[in-house]
Design a protein around this ligand. Structure first.
Ligand SMILES: Nc1ncnc2c1ncn2[C@@H]1O[C@H](COP(=O)(O)OP(=O)(O)OP(=O)(O)O)[C@@H](O)[C@H]1O
Length: 262
């Protein structure tokens, strides 16, 4: 996988995103700009409804900006592609009629020019990385929520995208499983140094997982603060994120006394 560098992999430049409703427009984000460098763990943090998921959808190519541009490796994002893979909060993102192995291999086989043998090998490797070897032939309904999320992450890793887009992937898990998944994600990152954007509205999760944190304002989302945590920090080092950064995040989030639930 790519090594850490300074040239931005992704550039989001002055992006305004809107939903056209019957009779009116909903502006989800307003002139948002940020860049993501290779191997960064960028966290988008902000209150409910500030447009975090909408931004991820736009980076994924599922929503076109009404203003501004999104480029990946210098090329405009014109639609969805295998170079950007999304992992969602929902447990139903797996195909229920396929086994764990088939679910992970499926994304590879679907129109990517990867042969069946290579797809199976890559799936096996990704399944090992998320410690699910024993469940490779199980069906999703037999797995816990945390295990299903591991499968979704394995599917994503197997595709080796340029950037992984995670939309609150652990929000529906119990506290202990969530903590374990966060640690495992950091371990995976330490092995592969992939680039990811991670959406959350938890300050603690942002501090734990982010090498850089972007705080968005309430609806419509605008960039309020950009905080460098430590671009090269690995697992173990992260728990000790500077308390000053947490304080700056809280100040940015509560600046205009917006309703905010941690
Ligand atoms: N499909 C849609 N149609 C119309 N409006 C939408 C749609 N999806 C989101 N919105 C609106 O866009 C704004 C941003 O929503 P979005 O889901 O991106 O926020 P969010 O920060 O991800 O929130 P949460 O943390 O609650 O998931 C909100 O006002 C929301 O109501």
């Amino acid at each position: 996988m790519a090594t850490a560098g300074t040239a931005p992999l992704l550039a989001v430049d002055g992006v305004t995103l809107q939903y056209r409703m019957r009779g009116h427009l909903v502006t989800a984000t307003w002139r948002v700009s940020f860049q993501v460098r290779r191997s960064e763990r960028l966290v988008l943090l902000g209150p409910s409804g500030c447009g975090k998921s909408t931004l991820l959808k736009a980076v994924g190519g599922y929503l076109k900006p009404v203003e501004g541009s999104i480029t990946l490796d210098g090329k405009p994002v014109a639609g969805p592609g295998p170079d950007r893979v999304l992992v969602f909060q929902e447990f139903d993102q797996l195909l229920p009629w396929k086994t764990v192995r088939e679910n992970v291999a499926f994304g590879l086989a679907a129109g990517r020019g990867i042969g069946r043998q290579e797809a199976v090998e890559r799936a096996g490797e990704a399944i090992r990385k998320v410690h699910l070897e024993k469940f490779a032939d199980a069906y999703p309904h037999t797995l816990s929520g945390g295990m299903k999320q591991r499968v979704a992450i394995a599917r994503c890793l197997a595709m080796k995208p340029e950037i992984i887009l995670m939309d609150e992937p652990f929000a529906a898990l119990d506290a202990l499983t969530r903590q374990r998944m966060q640690d495992e994600l950091l371990e995976l990152w330490d092995q592969a140094r992939f680039t990811m954007i991670f959406v959350t509205h938890s300050i603690e999760e942002a501090l734990l997982l982010g090498s850089r944190i972007i705080v968005l304002s309430p609806h419509p989302g605008q960039v309020r603060e950009v905080l460098e945590v430590d671009p090269l920090a690995g697992p173990g080092r992260l728990n000790g994120a500077d308390p000053e950064i947490g304080e700056r995040i809280r100040r940015a989030l509560f600046r205009d006394a917006a309703e905010y639930v941690i």
